[in-house]
Design a protein around this ligand. Structure first.
Ligand code: SAH
Ligand code: SF4
Ligand code: F3S
Length: 438
């Protein structure tokens, strides 16, 4: 007997990557095996992202291609994630061949929806937010990698930044009980995981929406105490909720990696106010100084949006200036795009696409020089690398990341996979380093 196969394509953030792993685990319990290509799959599954217009467009063009495969009677096409949550039944107007539409809070019901669609031949839609937190502990679910794993500690968002669709597609903020988080972390470590990345739309406000729960720094301290775990990371942090207690953790907790992703969005206080971000240019700068005071070598990365409605050349220059001043290790920058339901999308002072493109490439050029300059300064230093496996481009080399999240390649034997090794950095590039084991 051959097992049915599932092809899964994931768009979007780490939360979606983690959700996708849960989808595969749930389907595996019903006999589905993953396949890397869509051509012969029995189930075509897409986990979507709607954070920017481009993410949504990419999904629509893939869907266009998958629909030709779906025309074979036995193949089912399922759409989940943030676009499914946002559009729901409306997706059928453009794509009548979709069999299952399920939202971000309906993942646990995916196998049941698939079964129903197969039996009845009717479209199944579920965009309720009924799911609690999905867990790999207790299930015999596999995890994405035996070395690194994601662990969701909270979901949803109450911040309503005026450009952002996330609160609409992920619902209200909800923290997972700390006992459950610790159990899952221990389970992961027990199955060989060395590095855990805690996930949430805004991890800094962990515990604030449920009384009697620990704070995020307290949670970090507990996880730091798990024997056998080497590294802890977390994402994403909101600057307005970055407490001094959390900053102190970077100086105190030996397993907490010296890297923080702290989205700035704009260097202009006027724009930050219109974005409803809840901090100023000066307040953000102060956070960076305090972080560097407790952990001088902390790597800091960020997200920036250019061309937010009403952004003038002066506002943009303020962003360029603060990028020069802070010297991020790396950043992710985006042209503003309108998202459904958001306040900014209703603004009448949109910046032209041509101007947004000009600002984006100018800012990216600035950052490129900063990243290269900073990377070159690391040549001669020794970094602790968690070895992830063989390099894809050179079979003799291993690849891994330093605590500050830099990709470092060096010659070594495959047995080192999953080990922490000391590597001297010998050459620096824009997105990676070359080194030698010491
Ligand atoms: N929870 C995270 C952000 C998740 S969205 C946080 O609060 O920082 C990831 C990034 O996408 C954001 O940081 C922002 O830079 C970008 N983004 C979100 N909405 C956008 C929009 N409408 N246009 C362009 N970029 C956007
Ligand atoms: Fe979006 Fe703001 Fe929430 Fe981040 S904090 S997910 S940018 S609304
Ligand atoms: Fe995208 Fe949803 Fe993540 S909109 S960025 S997949 S929370």
């Amino acid at each position: 007997m051959s097992f049915p196969s599932v092809y899964l394509k994931t768009f979007g953030c780490q939360m979606n990557v983690n959700d996708s792993q849960h989808m595969l685990n749930l389907l595996a319990a019903h006999g589905y095996v993953p396949t890397p290509t869509p051509d012969k799959a029995d189930l075509l599954l897409v986990n979507t992202c709607s954070v920017r217009e481009k993410s949504e467009q990419k999904f629509y063009s893939l869907l266009g291609r998958l629909i030709s495969l779906r025309k074979s009677a036995s193949v089912l096409l399922c759409v989940g994630g943030c676009v499914a949550q946002q559009e729901g039944e409306k997706l059928l107007e453009r794509f009548p061949y979709v069999d299952v539409i399920f939202g971000t809070g309906s993942i646990s019901r995916l196998p049941m929806l698939v079964e129903k669609a197969r039996k009845t031949g009717k479209v199944q839609i579920d965009t309720s937010f009924e799911d609690e937190f999905l867990s790999v502990a207790g299930s015999n679910g596999s995890i994405a990698s035996d070395i690194k794993a994601f662990l969701t500690i909270m979901k949803g968002c109450n911040n309503f930044c005026s450009f952002c669709v996330v609160p609409y597609v992920r619902g209200r903020e909800k923290s997972r009980p700390s006992g459950e988080i610790l159990r899952e972390a221990e389970h992961l470590v027990g199955s060989g995981v060395k590095e855990i990345t805690l996930l949430g739309q805004n991890v800094n406000s962990y515990g604030q929406t449920c009384s009697g729960e620990v704070t995020f720094p307290e949670l970090l301290r507990k996880i730091n105490g798990i024997p056998g775990l080497h590294r802890i990371r977390f994402t994403t942090s909101h600057p307005k909720d970055l407490s001094q207690d959390l900053i102190r953790c970077f100086g105190e907790l030996e397993k907490l990696c010296p890297h923080l992703h702290l989205p700035l969005q704009s260097g202009s206080t006027r724009i930050l106010k219109m974005m409803n971000r809840g901090y100023t240019r000066e307040g953000y700068r102060d956070l960076i100084q305090r972080l560097r005071a407790v952990c001088p070598h902390i790597a800091i990365t960020t997200d920036i949006i250019v061309g937010f409605p009403g952004e003038t050349e002066t506002d943009f220059q303020e962003t360029v200036d603060i990028v020069h001043e802070i010297e991020y290790d790396e950043f992710y920058s985006f042209k503003y795009s309108d998202r459904p339901n958001t306040r900014a999308s209703k603004s009448l002072t949109k910046v032209s696409d041509k101007e947004k493109a000009r600002r984006l490439s100018l800012l990216q050029e600035v950052q490129k020089h900063i990243t290269l300059r900073k990377n070159r300064r690391l040549v001669g230093n020794t970094a602790e690398v968690l070895v992830e496996g063989c390099s894809k481009t050179n079979a003799k080399r291993l690849t891994g990341r330093s605590g500050s999240n830099k990709v470092i390649n060096f010659e070594g034997l495959p047995e080192l996979r999953g080990k922490l090794v000391q590597v001297e950095i010998t050459e620096a590039f824009l997105h990676s380093f070359l080194g030698r084991r010491v």
